[in-house]
Design a protein around this ligand. Structure first.
Ligand SMILES: NC(=O)c1ccc[n+]([C@@H]2O[C@H](COP(=O)([O-])OP(=O)(O)OC[C@H]3O[C@@H](n4cnc5c(N)ncnc54)[C@H](OP(=O)(O)O)[C@@H]3O)[C@@H](O)[C@H]2O)c1
Length: 155
């Protein structure tokens, strides 16, 4: 079982589609299942809730082989570091509690940047609780995605 977080997001929905094409069992964590396409919803196990909810995350991670983890953005927060850290700390505790063996998480490029680099430094600082679990990990460190330019090119 592979767990996908943010399955309705720019990154998560693409990962989900690839996995469904590969016909592997998938569980998604989603706040509103109605936001998944009907044909997707019937092919996945759905855990409804927010990924900053300890109970939801533990339920989602239980018995999973691999987790695909993304901290959702919050453009309105005035505490970016706290935002990223809270999500990753919850994931880290669930990794330990549920004996998760493997995780892929989206971090960011920018480890050579100053500590005041907004989302970049906040996301990088929040890698720590996940790294400290010792779980086998693939850490995706994108600078930005082509999609960010593509949606801006269509007014
Ligand atoms: N895009 C980039 O270029 C880029 C580059 C580097 C790193 N990143 C990282 O990638 C992440 C953003 O990914 P994205 O661009 O795919 O996001 P996105 O397209 O903005 O989608 C946000 C996703 O998060 C979900 N979400 C929001 N709040 C949630 C919550 N409390 N609990 C569970 N799910 C929640 C949304 O679901 P709903 O359907 O419920 O709204 C949606 O699926 C950020 O951590 C960012 O730092 C992005």
């Amino acid at each position: 079982m592979i767990v996908i977080t943010t399955p309705t997001g720019a990154i998560g929905h693409q990962v989900l589609n690839h996995l469904l094409k590969a016909e592997v069992p998938v569980r998604v964590v989603v706040r509103d299942p109605a936001r998944l396409a009907a044909d997707v919803r019937e092919r996945v196990e759905v855990i409804q809730g927010s990924t900053n909810d300890v109970e939801v995350v533990n339920k989602a991670f239980a018995g999973a082989h691999v987790i695909f983890w993304i901290v959702p953005p919050d453009e309105d927060t005035d505490d970016l570091e706290g935002h990223y850290y809270t999500f990753n700390q919850i994931a880290a505790s669930a990794i330990k509690a549920q004996h998760v063996q493997r995780i892929v998480w989206v971090s960011t490029l920018g480890s050579d940047m100053s500590k005041t680099s907004g989302h970049l430094s906040a996301a990088l600082a929040a890698d720590k609780p996940l790294e400290e679990t010792g779980v086998a990990a693939r850490i995706v460190c994108p600078a930005t995605f082509m999609d960010n330019l593509m949606w801006q090119s269509h007014p």
